[in-house]
Structure formats: C-alpha cells, structure tokens
Design a protein around this ligand. Sequence first.
Ligand code: AMP
Ligand code: MG
Length: 276
Amino acid sequence: MSRLSRLRDEMRVKPGSRVDLSKIDPADDHGWRKDDADAETTQQLARLSDLQDRFWAEAKRSVLVVLQGIDAAGKDGTIRKVIGELNPAGVNIVSFGVPTPEERRHHFLWRVRRAVPGPGYVGVFNRSHYEDVLVARVHRLVPGGVWKRRYGQINNFERALVDDHVTVLKVMLHVSYEEQRRRLLARLDDPTKHWKYNPGDVDERRLWPDYQAAYADALGRCSTDHAPWYVVPADHKWYRNWAVAHLLRETFADLDPRYPSPDFDVEAEKARVKAA
Ligand code: AMP
Ligand code: MG
C-alpha cells in the first residue's frame, strides 16, 4: 500500500514547480512486470467499480477526469480499458475537438462548463479546456496575451468546481516521440484503424518540441493543491492502465462514498411485498 501511495505522489506534479518532461521517462514501469500489473489492475478496477456504485447511489458529488495527451497517447484506450469498467449509467464522456463556429463565439470555458458532470456522475473529458493553452498556443490561434491569461482562468474555474463538490483528476498521458511514431505507423498498417489516423497528426508531430513546452507550462501552472496534475508514463499501455486505475481507485476511496440509508422501514416493506 505504501508503495502504491508513493507512486501516486511520484506522478503528481508539485504545485508551482517547473516541469521538465524530458526528465520523466515515458517508458517507466516502476519495476512492474506486465502480468503482475495486469492482475493488480483487475483488482483495482473491481474495487473502483464497487466504490463507483456507492458514489452513484449517493448521488451527491461528482468526479471529473481530465484526459490529455498528444495524438496516439492512449486517451481512447484508457477510456475503453479503465473507464469502461464503470457502470456506464453514471459516466459521461465528452470529447473536445476543434471548436464549432458557435463555440468559438463564446469564452473558451463556455463549452467546458456545460459539460461538467452533475451529482453522482463521473465525467470524462477526452481533451479539455487545456487545448486552449496547448494547440491554441502552438498554432498561435490567439495572441500570446490571451493564452497566458488562461492559466489563471483555468485555476479559478477548477477552484469553483472543487468548491461545488466536483473532484478534479487531471491525467496527462506521457508518451515518447518514438512510441508515437510506432502507434501512428500501426494505425496505417491496420485498415480497421485508418479512421483514427489523421494526416494532420504528422504536422502536429513536427511541432513536438512546441507541444512539450506548452504541456510543461500547463502542468506547472495549473497543478494546484485543489486540482493536481498527474503525469502517467504511457509508452506501456498495461502500465498506463494500471496507473490510471490506481489513481481513480484512490480518488474514489478518499471520497469514501456511502450507500444512502433507506427512508423507509425495510422490514415493513418486506411484509408489504410478500402480502401484495
Ligand atoms: P481527436 O482528439 O483526434 O479527435 O482530435 C481533436 C482535435 O481537436 C485535436 O487536433 C485538437 O487539438 C483539436 N482541438 C481540441 N480542442 C481545441 C481547441 N480548443 N482549439 C483548437 N483545436 C482544438
Ligand atoms: Mg486524433
């Protein structure tokens, strides 16, 4: 247990720190072997699923999982393999793509506010408001003064969420340049994955250093005590699943959700059901 807690602390970006992603090994596995990690992941997910059942029944608070990572970092795979174990009735997955003309007319947080999960729900953002300090910065979609102000706006927004009983879990899937190459090529080699490939991904890949710098700033400036960022080494999919399952399970365990007590007399109801 203490070993697991240490790993959780290790993945957390210290608030106010300067992040150097080149110092974090994307292929890190903390000495786990795949088989052991997979077995542990299964256990974590079973416990997580039990906790989420209570959380859903309790219907008081929300959890927002923010998933960020470059193309082919494994956002979709994480949703399938980890989030997929939850009761789907209580899960709300929202993907953020290029803003629509209507979205562009509003403040960048407008579409994000509308997607915040309600009580009892686990919201998952597949990309998020962070794109507005990542792609928007790298492609100079807005002037520098605008994206620089957004870090503070994001921190205030997330502060308000936490005050509203939304626990914010932010996960950056950290893959290497080499691994992204392998995954993009694998997509091209497999006709069933062509739909996932976008020729524009190569153009983004060419901007790798700019994205790494933009990610480092977003992680450093927006990892707060109330809404910390976690960097998950994601070159090994099994390790990524293990790490995210673990982060989620710990988050729900801290919330300690409880089944609500019935507002009726159970014995009396039993008698009524039998008699009816
Ligand atoms: P995908 O996640 O592969 O479906 O791609 C979604 C695309 O939408 C990515 O290229 C993102 O960079 C882009 N995107 C998401 N949010 C924004 C945003 N706020 N501004 C511009 N592009 C965005
Ligand atoms: Mg894509």
